[in-house]
Design a protein around this ligand. Sequence first.
Ligand SMILES: [Zn+2]
Length: 249
Amino acid sequence: MSSSPPASSDEPARLFRSEDELARLPASERIRYRLVNADCRHHANDNIAAFVRDGEVEELKAEVQAKMQEVLRALVIDTDSDHNTNETAKRVAKMYIDEVFRGRYVPMPAVTEFPNAERLNELMIVGPITVRSACSHHMCPIFGKVWIGILPNEHSNLIGLSKYARICDWIMSRPQIQEEAVTMLANELQQRVRPDGLAIVMEADHFCMHWRGVKDNQSAMVNSVMRGAFLKDANLRREFLSLLPRKND
Ligand SMILES: [Zn+2]
């Protein structure tokens, strides 16, 4: 293992451990060490891609598989003779890291921004975008839809329609809390598009309400974020909300 200094300048200072020492730790400990050293929050819905190096996602998957096997063992499931659960730990690890929580470990999808050459300044609505996520509290699925309203100005950067869905998916592919998820999405779009107004509505079904707990089948949750012109202008807000087809679809 090389002990040469890290190449990138945003690398956290190596306060206590050498690269050699780090290399002997499980990947999750190595990544955590970098995050803690950089004083970087790493809650369930944070993206930590900047702290994950090449090959470490595969190491994480192997770690999660081993721990998941322990969970099955603690549930007193005989995974050796039960052909149904034989490969379950492996499947769940792959599902978490490569699919449903992928948005924690990979950088944001590349998004090309176009200057607003046509000086569009009319309300633009994107949606419904399908949302697949999981709640941070129970790791149960969340299924829903998101609508995004944008009021661009002449200085706004426009992004292709499909990119809204990709950014949304990247943020939702983490254990989430709906109200935090819509705020994260709003921050990301605000930063990129810089519109005069930004509105987001998310309506979702939380399976922890269906599958466990109160077992309520009528429990869709709706959250919205309104910024800039959408906050100040009640007519614009009404126009946006009236164009959402969510009541009858
Ligand atoms: Zn839950």
